[in-house]
Design a protein around this ligand. Structure first.
Ligand code: CUA
Length: 344
Protein backbone atom coordinates (compact mmCIF):
# COMPACT_ATOMS: atom_id res chain seq x y z
CA UNK A 1 0.00 0.00 0.00
CA UNK A 2 1.76 3.11 -1.22
CA UNK A 3 0.54 6.69 -0.87
CA UNK A 4 0.72 9.13 -3.75
CA UNK A 5 4.01 10.48 -2.42
CA UNK A 6 5.40 6.93 -2.37
CA UNK A 7 5.25 6.47 1.42
CA UNK A 8 3.71 3.29 2.90
CA UNK A 9 0.22 3.77 4.51
CA UNK A 10 0.36 0.54 6.58
CA UNK A 11 0.61 0.73 10.40
CA UNK A 12 4.21 0.63 11.71
CA UNK A 13 5.56 -2.84 12.48
CA UNK A 14 3.31 -4.61 9.95
CA UNK A 15 4.21 -5.61 6.44
CA UNK A 16 1.64 -4.54 3.83
CA UNK A 17 0.57 -8.12 3.18
CA UNK A 18 -0.25 -8.73 6.84
CA UNK A 19 -1.70 -5.25 7.34
CA UNK A 20 -4.52 -5.59 4.78
CA UNK A 21 -6.51 -8.28 6.71
CA UNK A 22 -6.00 -6.31 9.96
CA UNK A 23 -7.28 -3.11 8.34
CA UNK A 24 -10.27 -4.99 6.88
CA UNK A 25 -11.09 -6.44 10.32
CA UNK A 26 -10.79 -3.03 12.01
CA UNK A 27 -13.03 -1.33 9.43
CA UNK A 28 -15.60 -4.17 9.67
CA UNK A 29 -15.69 -3.92 13.48
CA UNK A 30 -15.98 -0.11 13.26
CA UNK A 31 -18.86 -0.55 10.79
CA UNK A 32 -20.63 -3.08 13.04
CA UNK A 33 -20.31 -0.69 16.01
CA UNK A 34 -22.59 1.68 14.06
CA UNK A 35 -25.31 -1.04 13.97
CA UNK A 36 -26.19 -0.38 17.63
CA UNK A 37 -27.87 2.58 19.31
CA UNK A 38 -31.33 4.20 19.45
CA UNK A 39 -31.71 4.55 15.68
CA UNK A 40 -30.61 1.21 14.24
CA UNK A 41 -32.66 -1.28 12.25
CA UNK A 42 -30.14 -3.93 13.37
CA UNK A 43 -30.86 -3.36 17.08
CA UNK A 44 -34.61 -4.13 16.94
CA UNK A 45 -36.89 -3.12 19.81
CA UNK A 46 -40.16 -4.00 18.06
CA UNK A 47 -41.85 -7.01 16.44
CA UNK A 48 -41.74 -5.49 12.92
CA UNK A 49 -38.12 -4.33 13.26
CA UNK A 50 -37.19 -7.85 14.43
CA UNK A 51 -38.70 -9.38 11.28
CA UNK A 52 -36.92 -6.84 9.08
CA UNK A 53 -33.59 -7.47 10.86
CA UNK A 54 -34.03 -11.26 10.36
CA UNK A 55 -34.74 -10.70 6.66
CA UNK A 56 -31.59 -8.57 6.41
CA UNK A 57 -29.40 -11.24 8.04
CA UNK A 58 -30.89 -14.09 5.96
CA UNK A 59 -30.28 -12.12 2.74
CA UNK A 60 -26.79 -11.02 3.79
CA UNK A 61 -25.62 -14.47 4.93
CA UNK A 62 -27.16 -16.23 1.88
CA UNK A 63 -25.62 -13.63 -0.47
CA UNK A 64 -22.24 -13.93 1.31
CA UNK A 65 -22.20 -17.75 1.07
CA UNK A 66 -23.06 -17.66 -2.65
CA UNK A 67 -20.37 -15.04 -3.28
CA UNK A 68 -17.74 -17.20 -1.50
CA UNK A 69 -18.83 -20.29 -3.50
CA UNK A 70 -18.63 -18.40 -6.80
CA UNK A 71 -15.17 -17.00 -5.94
CA UNK A 72 -13.90 -20.51 -5.04
CA UNK A 73 -15.20 -21.84 -8.37
CA UNK A 74 -13.64 -18.92 -10.27
CA UNK A 75 -10.23 -19.53 -8.68
CA UNK A 76 -10.54 -23.29 -9.27
CA UNK A 77 -11.65 -22.91 -12.90
CA UNK A 78 -8.96 -20.40 -13.86
CA UNK A 79 -6.04 -22.52 -12.64
CA UNK A 80 -4.20 -23.57 -15.82
CA UNK A 81 -3.96 -27.26 -14.87
CA UNK A 82 -7.74 -27.52 -14.22
CA UNK A 83 -8.75 -25.98 -17.53
CA UNK A 84 -7.76 -29.04 -19.56
CA UNK A 85 -9.86 -31.35 -17.35
CA UNK A 86 -13.25 -29.78 -18.29
CA UNK A 87 -15.20 -31.90 -20.68
CA UNK A 88 -17.78 -30.14 -23.00
CA UNK A 89 -20.63 -32.26 -21.51
CA UNK A 90 -19.79 -31.43 -17.89
CA UNK A 91 -19.42 -27.78 -18.88
CA UNK A 92 -22.97 -27.82 -20.28
CA UNK A 93 -24.32 -29.29 -17.03
CA UNK A 94 -22.40 -26.69 -15.04
CA UNK A 95 -23.98 -23.87 -17.08
CA UNK A 96 -27.52 -25.29 -16.77
CA UNK A 97 -27.13 -26.27 -13.10
CA UNK A 98 -25.14 -23.37 -11.67
CA UNK A 99 -26.26 -20.75 -14.20
CA UNK A 100 -30.03 -21.40 -14.33
CA UNK A 101 -31.35 -23.99 -11.84
CA UNK A 102 -29.36 -22.85 -8.80
CA UNK A 103 -30.14 -19.08 -9.10
CA UNK A 104 -33.82 -19.82 -9.81
CA UNK A 105 -34.15 -22.01 -6.71
CA UNK A 106 -32.14 -19.73 -4.40
CA UNK A 107 -33.68 -16.42 -5.56
CA UNK A 108 -37.16 -18.03 -5.53
CA UNK A 109 -36.65 -19.19 -1.93
CA UNK A 110 -35.31 -15.81 -0.76
CA UNK A 111 -38.14 -13.94 -2.55
CA UNK A 112 -40.80 -16.22 -1.00
CA UNK A 113 -39.30 -15.65 2.46
CA UNK A 114 -39.33 -11.87 1.92
CA UNK A 115 -42.91 -11.85 0.56
CA UNK A 116 -44.13 -14.11 3.40
CA UNK A 117 -43.31 -11.32 5.89
CA UNK A 118 -45.39 -8.68 4.07
CA UNK A 119 -48.93 -9.63 5.22
CA UNK A 120 -47.74 -9.78 8.84
CA UNK A 121 -46.19 -6.33 8.51
CA UNK A 122 -49.35 -4.87 6.93
CA UNK A 123 -52.09 -6.50 9.04
CA UNK A 124 -53.23 -4.17 11.88
CA UNK A 125 -54.99 -6.97 13.87
CA UNK A 126 -56.04 -5.92 17.39
CA UNK A 127 -54.80 -2.38 17.83
CA UNK A 128 -54.58 -0.76 21.30
CA UNK A 129 -53.90 2.78 20.16
CA UNK A 130 -54.42 5.05 17.13
CA UNK A 131 -52.01 7.89 16.49
CA UNK A 132 -52.10 10.29 13.54
CA UNK A 133 -48.76 11.76 12.56
CA UNK A 134 -48.54 14.56 10.04
CA UNK A 135 -45.27 15.53 8.36
CA UNK A 136 -44.71 19.29 8.35
CA UNK A 137 -41.76 21.43 7.20
CA UNK A 138 -39.79 20.38 9.30
CA UNK A 139 -41.42 18.83 12.30
CA UNK A 140 -44.01 16.22 13.25
CA UNK A 141 -47.60 16.93 14.31
CA UNK A 142 -48.72 14.04 16.57
CA UNK A 143 -52.36 13.41 17.47
CA UNK A 144 -53.48 10.69 19.91
CA UNK A 145 -57.01 9.44 19.23
CA UNK A 146 -58.60 8.90 22.66
CA UNK A 147 -61.29 6.37 23.60
CA UNK A 148 -63.90 9.12 24.19
CA UNK A 149 -63.65 10.25 20.53
CA UNK A 150 -61.50 13.18 21.56
CA UNK A 151 -57.89 13.71 20.62
CA UNK A 152 -54.82 15.31 22.12
CA UNK A 153 -52.16 16.98 20.01
CA UNK A 154 -48.44 17.35 20.62
CA UNK A 155 -45.33 17.51 18.48
CA UNK A 156 -42.01 15.80 17.80
CA UNK A 157 -42.38 13.20 20.52
CA UNK A 158 -44.32 9.95 20.60
CA UNK A 159 -44.81 7.81 23.68
CA UNK A 160 -45.93 4.20 23.42
CA UNK A 161 -46.81 1.44 25.88
CA UNK A 162 -44.51 -1.59 25.61
CA UNK A 163 -46.03 -4.75 24.11
CA UNK A 164 -49.10 -3.02 22.61
CA UNK A 165 -49.91 -2.80 18.91
CA UNK A 166 -50.19 0.79 17.74
CA UNK A 167 -51.63 1.90 14.42
CA UNK A 168 -50.19 5.06 12.89
CA UNK A 169 -52.15 7.01 10.31
CA UNK A 170 -49.63 9.02 8.34
CA UNK A 171 -50.34 12.15 6.36
CA UNK A 172 -48.56 15.23 5.07
CA UNK A 173 -49.66 18.82 4.72
CA UNK A 174 -46.99 19.98 2.25
CA UNK A 175 -44.50 17.65 0.55
CA UNK A 176 -43.70 13.93 0.71
CA UNK A 177 -42.06 12.96 3.99
CA UNK A 178 -41.31 9.46 5.25
CA UNK A 179 -41.96 8.25 8.78
CA UNK A 180 -39.23 5.96 10.09
CA UNK A 181 -38.33 4.61 13.53
CA UNK A 182 -35.62 2.08 12.57
CA UNK A 183 -35.60 0.39 16.00
CA UNK A 184 -39.34 -0.31 15.81
CA UNK A 185 -40.17 -1.04 12.18
CA UNK A 186 -40.05 -0.13 8.52
CA UNK A 187 -40.57 3.25 6.90
CA UNK A 188 -43.76 4.50 5.24
CA UNK A 189 -44.15 7.56 3.03
CA UNK A 190 -46.41 10.43 4.07
CA UNK A 191 -48.00 11.72 0.89
CA UNK A 192 -50.10 14.91 0.62
CA UNK A 193 -53.73 14.10 -0.18
CA UNK A 194 -53.75 10.52 1.08
CA UNK A 195 -53.37 8.58 4.30
CA UNK A 196 -50.98 5.71 4.75
CA UNK A 197 -50.83 3.27 7.64
CA UNK A 198 -48.18 1.60 9.72
CA UNK A 199 -48.51 -0.80 12.64
CA UNK A 200 -45.75 -0.98 15.24
CA UNK A 201 -45.46 -3.11 18.36
CA UNK A 202 -42.56 -2.19 20.65
CA UNK A 203 -41.03 -5.05 22.64
CA UNK A 204 -38.53 -3.12 24.77
CA UNK A 205 -38.78 0.00 26.89
CA UNK A 206 -36.39 2.85 26.11
CA UNK A 207 -35.96 5.98 24.04
CA UNK A 208 -35.58 5.55 20.31
CA UNK A 209 -35.00 8.01 17.51
CA UNK A 210 -37.18 8.55 14.48
CA UNK A 211 -36.31 10.52 11.36
CA UNK A 212 -37.68 11.60 8.02
CA UNK A 213 -36.49 9.16 5.36
CA UNK A 214 -37.55 11.07 2.24
CA UNK A 215 -35.79 14.21 1.03
CA UNK A 216 -38.33 16.97 1.68
CA UNK A 217 -36.43 20.26 1.46
CA UNK A 218 -33.71 22.37 3.05
CA UNK A 219 -34.03 20.99 6.59
CA UNK A 220 -34.89 17.38 5.76
CA UNK A 221 -31.88 16.24 7.80
CA UNK A 222 -33.10 18.28 10.81
CA UNK A 223 -36.45 16.55 11.11
CA UNK A 224 -36.17 14.08 13.97
CA UNK A 225 -38.38 12.89 16.81
CA UNK A 226 -38.14 10.78 19.94
CA UNK A 227 -40.14 7.66 20.61
CA UNK A 228 -40.30 6.85 24.31
CA UNK A 229 -41.52 3.33 25.09
CA UNK A 230 -42.66 2.91 28.71
CA UNK A 231 -44.77 0.52 30.77
CA UNK A 232 -48.54 0.74 30.22
CA UNK A 233 -49.04 2.46 33.58
CA UNK A 234 -46.37 5.11 32.93
CA UNK A 235 -47.86 5.66 29.49
CA UNK A 236 -51.41 6.21 30.87
CA UNK A 237 -50.10 8.68 33.46
CA UNK A 238 -48.26 10.58 30.73
CA UNK A 239 -51.28 10.62 28.38
CA UNK A 240 -53.60 11.84 31.16
CA UNK A 241 -51.13 14.66 31.82
CA UNK A 242 -50.97 15.57 28.11
CA UNK A 243 -54.77 15.97 28.01
CA UNK A 244 -54.73 18.57 30.76
CA UNK A 245 -54.53 22.28 29.88
CA UNK A 246 -51.24 24.10 30.48
CA UNK A 247 -50.27 24.76 34.08
CA UNK A 248 -49.92 28.35 35.27
CA UNK A 249 -46.30 29.56 35.43
CA UNK A 250 -44.91 29.35 38.97
CA UNK A 251 -41.90 31.67 38.83
CA UNK A 252 -41.87 35.44 38.33
CA UNK A 253 -39.70 35.22 35.20
CA UNK A 254 -42.02 32.62 33.62
CA UNK A 255 -45.10 34.76 34.39
CA UNK A 256 -43.40 37.64 32.56
CA UNK A 257 -42.57 35.21 29.74
CA UNK A 258 -46.23 34.23 29.41
CA UNK A 259 -47.26 37.89 28.98
CA UNK A 260 -44.48 38.43 26.40
CA UNK A 261 -45.43 35.21 24.57
CA UNK A 262 -48.94 36.55 23.98
CA UNK A 263 -47.84 40.18 23.39
CA UNK A 264 -45.38 39.17 20.66
CA UNK A 265 -48.05 37.23 18.76
CA UNK A 266 -46.63 33.71 19.35
CA UNK A 267 -50.21 32.55 19.92
CA UNK A 268 -51.07 33.24 16.27
CA UNK A 269 -49.13 30.10 15.27
CA UNK A 270 -48.88 28.11 18.50
CA UNK A 271 -51.51 26.67 20.79
CA UNK A 272 -51.13 26.55 24.56
CA UNK A 273 -54.35 24.92 25.74
CA UNK A 274 -56.02 26.83 28.56
CA UNK A 275 -54.62 30.19 27.41
CA UNK A 276 -55.41 32.73 24.69
CA UNK A 277 -52.76 31.19 22.43
CA UNK A 278 -54.80 29.15 19.94
CA UNK A 279 -52.71 29.07 16.76
CA UNK A 280 -52.78 25.89 14.70
CA UNK A 281 -49.95 26.50 12.22
CA UNK A 282 -46.98 25.56 14.40
CA UNK A 283 -46.45 22.90 17.06
CA UNK A 284 -48.81 22.69 20.06
CA UNK A 285 -46.80 23.98 23.03
CA UNK A 286 -49.18 23.05 25.89
CA UNK A 287 -46.62 20.66 27.45
CA UNK A 288 -43.55 21.57 25.40
CA UNK A 289 -41.33 21.70 28.51
CA UNK A 290 -41.99 18.01 29.20
CA UNK A 291 -40.57 16.92 25.84
CA UNK A 292 -37.03 15.61 25.54
CA UNK A 293 -35.88 17.96 22.78
CA UNK A 294 -36.45 21.37 21.25
CA UNK A 295 -36.86 22.10 17.52
CA UNK A 296 -37.75 18.55 16.35
CA UNK A 297 -34.74 16.73 17.76
CA UNK A 298 -32.26 19.61 17.45
CA UNK A 299 -31.36 20.39 21.09
CA UNK A 300 -31.99 19.02 24.60
CA UNK A 301 -34.98 20.56 26.33
CA UNK A 302 -33.47 23.30 28.53
CA UNK A 303 -34.26 27.04 28.97
CA UNK A 304 -30.96 27.78 27.13
CA UNK A 305 -32.11 25.69 24.12
CA UNK A 306 -35.43 27.57 24.00
CA UNK A 307 -33.50 30.84 24.10
CA UNK A 308 -31.29 29.76 21.20
CA UNK A 309 -34.26 28.44 19.25
CA UNK A 310 -36.25 31.68 19.61
CA UNK A 311 -33.34 33.97 18.71
CA UNK A 312 -31.63 31.88 15.98
CA UNK A 313 -34.50 29.83 14.52
CA UNK A 314 -33.58 30.28 10.85
CA UNK A 315 -29.89 29.74 11.59
CA UNK A 316 -30.54 26.44 13.41
CA UNK A 317 -33.08 25.15 10.88
CA UNK A 318 -32.68 26.72 7.41
CA UNK A 319 -35.98 27.30 5.60
CA UNK A 320 -38.11 26.94 8.74
CA UNK A 321 -41.45 28.77 8.63
CA UNK A 322 -41.03 30.34 12.09
CA UNK A 323 -39.12 33.62 11.88
CA UNK A 324 -36.25 34.27 14.31
CA UNK A 325 -37.15 36.60 17.18
CA UNK A 326 -33.53 37.67 17.77
CA UNK A 327 -34.59 41.32 17.57
CA UNK A 328 -36.29 41.03 20.99
CA UNK A 329 -34.27 42.25 24.01
CA UNK A 330 -32.28 39.40 25.60
CA UNK A 331 -34.16 39.55 28.92
CA UNK A 332 -37.48 39.11 27.06
CA UNK A 333 -36.18 36.04 25.19
CA UNK A 334 -34.94 34.59 28.50
CA UNK A 335 -38.36 35.15 30.09
CA UNK A 336 -40.22 33.47 27.20
CA UNK A 337 -37.74 30.55 27.32
CA UNK A 338 -38.44 30.05 31.04
CA UNK A 339 -42.18 30.15 30.40
CA UNK A 340 -41.89 27.44 27.73
CA UNK A 341 -39.64 25.33 29.96
CA UNK A 342 -42.23 25.46 32.73
CA UNK A 343 -44.95 24.11 30.40
CA UNK A 344 -44.50 20.62 31.84
CU1 CUA B 1 -39.46 15.42 5.90
CU2 CUA B 1 -37.49 14.68 4.84
Amino acid sequence: MKGSAGSCLCPPGLTCRRAIPSLLLISTLAGLHGCDGPQSALAPAGVEAGQIANLFWVMTIAGGLIWVAVMVLVVYATRPRQRARFHPRSTRWLIVGAGAVFPTLVLGALLSYGLKLLPALRDPGDVALHITVSGEQWWWRVRYQLDNDESVELANEIRLPVGKKVEFELESSDVIHSFWVPSLGGKVDMTPGRRTRLVLQPTKTGTFRGACAEYCGASHAYMMFDVVVTTEQEFRTWLDRQQEPASEPSSEIARRGQILFVANGCGACHQVRGTRARGRIGPDLTHVGSRLRVGAGMMPSTPESFERWISETEHIKPGVKMPSFGMLPEDQITAIAHYLSELQ
